[in-house]
Every structure is written in C-alpha cells, then in structure tokens.
Design a protein around this ligand. Structure first.
Ligand code: PMT
Length: 221
C-alpha cells in the first residue's frame, strides 16, 4: 500500500488498559500493554492521517506525528474520545473496563474483623465508548471495535459487531501465547456485515498495516 492513502483523514485511536481506582493505592486494571493500539496509530500517521491517540496507562513512547491524550479511567477515556470528534474513523483498541467501583474510598481501605476472610466489591457498569460513538451526532464514517475473546472468537465478535452498531470488528484470541495482550504478535479475524478477512499471526506492526488496509477499503465501500 502506498504511503499517503490516509492523507486528509482524521483518525481517533484508543489504546491500552483503563485503571479503575478503589482507593488511593489500589485499582482494577487489565493486561493491555497498548502495543496494538500504538501500532495502529503509528501506521495511520505514517500513511498520512491526522491521528489522535487516547492512551490508558502504558509505558510506550508516543509515535511520531501523533497527538497523544493520556487518560486513566474508562470515564476519562470516554470523555477524551468524544472530545476528539469529529473524525473520519474511530478505532477502539483500548481494553476499557466494563465495571468500575461504585465509590472510590478517600483513604486506604482497611482490613476489619468483619471482612477478615472475604470482601465483596460493589461495581457499576461503565458507558460503552464504541456504542456511544456509533450513535453520536458526530459519528465517524467508520467505527471500528476490537473483540478480546477466549472462546468462540468469531461468533462472539460478530455478536458484538451487531450489538454495538459498529462497522468493523477485529477479533483476537486472548489468554494464549502468540496473540492478544502484552506480546509483540497478534492474529485477527476482521469482520464486517457480509465479509471477513484473516490477518496474521504476525508482528503487531504488520497486523496494524493490514487492518488499516481493510479500514481504508471499508471507508470507500
Ligand atoms: O494492548 P496490547 O497488549 O497490545 O493488547 C491488544 C488488545 C488485546 C488489548 C487489543 O487487541 C484488543 O483486543 N482490544 C480490545 C480489548 C477489549 O476490551 O475487548 P472487549 O471484547 O472487552 O471489548 C470490545 C470492544 O468494546 C473494544 O473495542 C473496546 O474498546 C470496546 N469497549 C469496551 C467496554 C467499554 N466500556 N467501552 C468500549 O468502547
């Protein structure tokens, strides 16, 4: 693909985990390193896009030519993505928490005699960023989600594609070596209404390029 096929396009990418604070020292997080989303942002910028990268807490350098917005929680990621609209495409590679503690304790939560053996956390649902973007007045032409699945990868991803009202979903297997979280490689099944393309296994940089090929095609389809 010729460099420059994203010239004139504004792409918003989310990457990394979110951290949901329980108290000043503890949080609920996940294993996302940000590598997949950062590779997509880097590739899109190299191909000429204006890129806004909304990044959860990760230890990665900002790709050249990319505008980075750092966030911590699902609520902050949601607000930052909406603030980055309008855009031609949104690619949601972040592993956004589905639940967050109902309250954040002001001080460190202490062990007490009553809960010496166990403790129940009270969690509430977060807003779905992808679904919000997909029905927003400033909806991008293409809304792209990821699906992190441990089983029935394609079936579950197709259900998410329909439920969230998005245009494209990139499904990856998580919980096994060679794909998904943390590693340098990934393997995707990219699905849209009436189509599918397999990518990898390959380094995340190459997977990102191949995914952007599909994004570019679907934007003009
Ligand atoms: O960061 P790496 O270590 O490189 O790993 C890459 C990855 C495995 C994190 C990435 O490839 C990936 O799969 N990202 C999505 C992870 C995820 O949260 O999947 P999900 O199936 O739980 O969510 C489906 C989609 O809904 C995702 O696009 C997610 O961004 C979005 N979502 C989820 C919850 C929420 N509240 N808002 C959302 O927008």
């Amino acid at each position: 693909v010729a460099p420059g096929d994203f010239a004139g396009l504004r792409i918003v990418v989310s990457a990394g985990p979110t951290y949901e604070d329980l108290d000043p020292v503890r949080y609920l997080g996940n294993r996302s390193s940000g590598k997949m989303g950062f590779a997509i942002a880097r590739a899109a910028a190299r191909r000429g896009a204006e890129v806004v990268l909304v990044a959860g807490p990760v230890a990665l350098p900002t790709p050249q030519g990319v505008t980075r917005v750092d966030v911590r929680s699902a609520a902050q990621l949601h607000a930052a993505v909406l603030a980055a609209l309008p855009a031609d495409a949104y690619v949601g590679a972040a592993a956004v928490a589905d639940f967050t503690p109902r309250t954040v304790a002001a001080g460190k939560i202490k062990k007490s005699p009553e809960d010496a053996e166990s403790r129940v956390l009270d969690l509430v649902r977060t807003d779905d960023v992808l679904a919000t973007v997909a029905r927003h007045a400033l909806r991008p032409r293409l809304v792209v989600g990821f699906a992190a699945e441990t089983d029935d990868v394609v079936g579950n991803a197709r259900r998410k594609l329909e439920a969230k009202g998005i245009d494209l979903i990139a499904a990856n297997r998580v919980g096994a070596a060679g794909a998904g979280f943390e590693g340098d490689d990934n393997e995707l099944a990219v699905l849209w209404a009436g189509g599918e393309r397999r990518i990898g296994p390959a380094p995340k940089a190459m997977v990102a390029e191949a995914l952007l090929d599909v994004v570019r095609e679907r934007m003009t389809a």
